[in-house]
Design a protein around this ligand. Structure first.
Ligand code: FES
Length: 281
């Protein structure tokens, strides 16, 4: 039985397809966070404040905005890493602070900084310290997918070669062939607080990157990654991880089981929010 037999197109599917990365989605700046923008940094600490990030779009449920993208690179041996910008000293609110930040990411004009990830307590994680020593590779966690548990032990670096079947992969949740996912960790070796990430290799991303400057700079070979912390109450959502997702038209998206927020990993938008400061060291 083909996938289209098993999963006939419905209105939810069509809506999802329309959400494929494109000019319209990328041009839009999410306004959900706008009300909070000028509150600046109210508690003491470093960094934070009004931040514009690229994110996988939040399309349903109570989450206030998308989950931030992590720009990636693939090394010559195929291992996938999340880019961590160089550390700079910048003046914020009259105070000099160290911040991992690049003003013009790979010539895109985008300011990419650690502020993108400063919410849900992640701002105090060891891996968010600007100068935390890490090779920045994505490493497998215990694995949320059968293929991942077969291919990797926890802590193994994710490699593009293991995503070769990305145009066919499926797992009986939603439509097969949209992309191949894995879950993992970033900048979290030998520390208490683990930064959860999700990667997805998809033809849709590969195609969209051909005529989108930001995606061309922040993805490679169809691989996109994001910080996997729901912006609602900080649960860890999943792409094709829950059969419940279908009840919320989220079988082909990223679904948070806690309160049914849905994210579309094929629709990358700019989102504006107030990043929390890192605690004083
Ligand atoms: S929807 Fe509430 S934590 Fe994700």
């Amino acid at each position: 039985m083909s996938d289209s037999d098993k999963y006939p197109a419905d209105s939810g599917r069509r809506r999802f397809v329309k959400g494929v990365v494109g000019g319209a989605a990328l041009a839009g700046v999410g306004t959900t966070g706008a009300a909070a923008i000028n509150t600046a940094t109210s508690s003491s600490g470093h960094g934070g404040g009004s931040t514009q990030a690229y994110a996988i779009e939040n399309t349903a449920g109570p989450a206030p905005r998308g989950m931030p993208q992590i720009p990636i690179e693939i090394d010559s041996d195929g291992f996938i890493k999340g880019v961590w910008p160089d550390v700079q000293t910048v003046t914020q609110n009259g105070v000099e602070v160290s911040l991992a930040l690049v003003d013009d990411y790979k010539g895109t004009g985008v300011t990419y900084s650690q502020d993108w990830f400063q919410y849900c307590g992640v701002q105090s994680y060891e891996g968010l310290a600007p100068d935390f020593e890490s090779d920045n590779y994505f490493r497998s966690d215990s694995g949320k997918y059968d293929w991942q548990r077969d291919a990797y032990s926890s802590g193994d670096k994710l490699n593009i070669a293991d995503f070769d079947d990305y145009t066919e992969w499926g797992n009986d949740i939603g439509q097969s062939g949209l992309g191949k996912p894995a879950t993992g960790t970033w900048r979290s070796q030998d520390v208490e607080n683990v930064i959860p990430i999700q990667v997805l290799r998809s033809k849709r991303i590969e195609e969209a990157a051909k005529d989108n400057e930001w995606l061309a700079a922040s993805t490679d070979k169809g691989v996109i990654a994001w910080l996997n912390k729901c912006t609602h109450f900080c649960c860890v959502p999943g792409y094709k991880q829950s059969s419940d997702a279908a009840k919320f038209n989220a079988e082909d998206g990223v679904y948070c089981q806690c309160h049914q927020s849905v994210y579309d990993p094929f629709s990358i938008v700019q989102t504006l929010f107030t990043a929390l400061p890192r605690p004083e060291e």
